[in-house]
Design a protein around this ligand. Structure first.
Ligand code: UDP
Ligand code: MG
Length: 311
């Protein structure tokens, strides 16, 4: 028995949102299909989210609801991946639990897939960014830079909020990388993608999990995962340094002490930078080689244990 549409909902500390999310999703899906499942992935929440999800699961036995409880917080990327491994739908949507992404767009995206057989994925982008100008500028510069460096087209406004056909989801699940950077993965896998604008709503309850430090770490993750160009950086820098030092050597030929101390400092700094770059890549290789799972689910509650999917 198949399901038409799966919705994957990563949840980290969303106790105040999951009930409303379910209500609004039910409402939105009513106009589209009865054959859908909702996969809540509780990413090691520290608040009452697991309790709320358990209640939702047991009080809605007439719906196709799954709850995956992680053993700890693994991050949204891992939560999405876990959702993909469980999704049975012909179409699969990733949507946040905080209702910033209105479920009505999931229906809009599914309808586009229905009407256009050549379209494999519909991605929703924020029509108007509700974040600070500086963050917005940094993001667009970063995506421009990483696109150039990696040769893959990263779209600055694109979000994880998207609906795809089964074949796309299967391809994504088959990518075994541990350090997942979904914006890169969605571009890298290819497929025909149509973009639609969506109006981002205010968070219903709780607060965003992002801050500047986390965004910076995420950007770093993206660069390391999608380009090896920084590894060549020390080589070019080294060549330039060599040329500069030869020139300086001739100019300051007689100012020996000044020359030695600044050169030692400068070259020492460059060597450390180079080692740091190599170390960052090596660290990622190290985690991947250990072959640890992307997530650990301590419990999966699923409608499939007691019933066939509702249609
Ligand atoms: N999320 C998650 N694990 C995390 C952080 C966030 O599953 O470690 C979920 C969160 O519950 C929400 C979605 O990812 O459903 C987006 O997070 P958030 O709303 O904090 O991001 P923003 O909308 O501010 O970009
Ligand atoms: Mg949010």
């Amino acid at each position: 028995m198949s399901v038409k549409h799966s919705l994957i909902v990563p949840c980290y500390n969303e106790e105040g949102n999951v009930e409303n999310f379910l209500k609004e999703t039910k409402q939105a899906m009513m106009s589209y299909t009865d054959s859908y499942e909702i996969i809540f992935v509780n990413d090691g929440s520290k608040d009452g989210t697991p309790k709320k999800l358990r209640e939702i699961f047991s009080e809605n036995k007439d719906m196709n609801i799954k709850v995956i409880n992680f053993s700890r917080n693994f991050g949204k990327e891992a939560a999405m991946y876990a959702g993909f491994t469980q999704a049975k739908g012909e179409y699969i949507t990733i949507i946040d639990a905080d209702l910033q992404q209105d479920p009505k767009y999931a229906v809009e995206m599914a309808k586009i897939l229905d009407s256009d057989p050549d379209c494999d994925m519909v991605a929703a982008y924020q029509s108007e960014r509700k974040e600070g100008k500086l963050i917005s500028l940094c993001k667009s510069k970063f995506y421009g830079l990483i696109s150039k460096m990696s040769g893959i087209d990263f779209v600055s406004d694109a979000s994880d909020f998207r609906t795809m056909r089964r074949c796309v989801a299967d391809t994504i699940v088959a990518l075994p990388e541990y350090h997942r950077f979904s914006k890169g993965i969605f571009s890298w896998v290819g497929y025909n993608t149509v973009s639609i604008p969506y109006e981002v709503r205010e968070r219903e309850s709780g607060e965003t999990k992002w801050n500047f430090k986390k965004l910076l770490a995420y950007a770093f993750e993206g660069i390391i995962a999608y380009t090896d160009k920084p590894l060549k950086f020390p080589l070019y820098l080294g060549l330039v340094m060599l040329a500069v030092s030869v020139v300086l050597g001739f100019i300051n030929l007689f100012d020996y002490f000044y020359q030695v101390s600044t050169t030692v400092l400068f070259v020492g700094g460059l060597i450390l930078i180079s080692q740091g770059i190599i170390g960052a890549y090596l660290g990622k290789v190290h985690t991947q080689v250990k072959d640890r799972p992307i997530f650990i689910a301590k419990e999966i509650l699923t409608y499939e244990d007691n019933q066939e999917p509702h249609n």
